[in-house]
Design a protein around this ligand. Sequence first.
Ligand SMILES: NC(=O)c1ccc[n+]([C@@H]2O[C@H](COP(=O)([O-])OP(=O)(O)OC[C@H]3O[C@@H](n4cnc5c(N)ncnc54)[C@H](OP(=O)(O)O)[C@@H]3O)[C@@H](O)[C@H]2O)c1
Length: 110
Amino acid sequence: MEVPTPRTALVTGASRGLGLLVARELARRGYSLVLCARTADDLYAARDDLTARGADVLAVPCDVRNAQEVEYLVARAIGHRGGLDLVVNVAGSTSWSTWRASSRSGRWSR
Ligand SMILES: NC(=O)c1ccc[n+]([C@@H]2O[C@H](COP(=O)([O-])OP(=O)(O)OC[C@H]3O[C@@H](n4cnc5c(N)ncnc54)[C@H](OP(=O)(O)O)[C@@H]3O)[C@@H](O)[C@H]2O)c1
């Protein structure tokens, strides 16, 4: 019987928030993971959290606004397990202060 090849997913913005939740779910579904975020310490903490849950994880610090860094990230992702099956691009920031400021300004009651 043929053993299924593990699938590999690249998740950007995976050190916290939605990206980390997506990474946990993909790990639960058996994906090998390649994760990126800009802050290396936070990214490595996320990698360690997922590894402790049994996931296969490669963490590559990367700013997705930088084309050269993204090219390096994708090359590392493809090289990790010999292919890339899924990309989930979550990198971005949620600014709750902006939300609060917007609410106070009355913009949301118009
Ligand atoms: N949370 C919500 O309810 C919600 C709802 C709808 C849409 N969204 C959108 O979903 C995205 C993620 O939201 P979130 O709440 O998970 O945000 P978050 O908790 O602030 O996490 C953002 C993640 O993206 C990384 N990141 C930010 N800029 C990056 C860049 N230039 N290159 C690589 N990584 C980058 C951050 O790490 P570093 O800072 O270390 O790079 C972090 O890992 C945002 O675009 C947000 O607007 C969020």
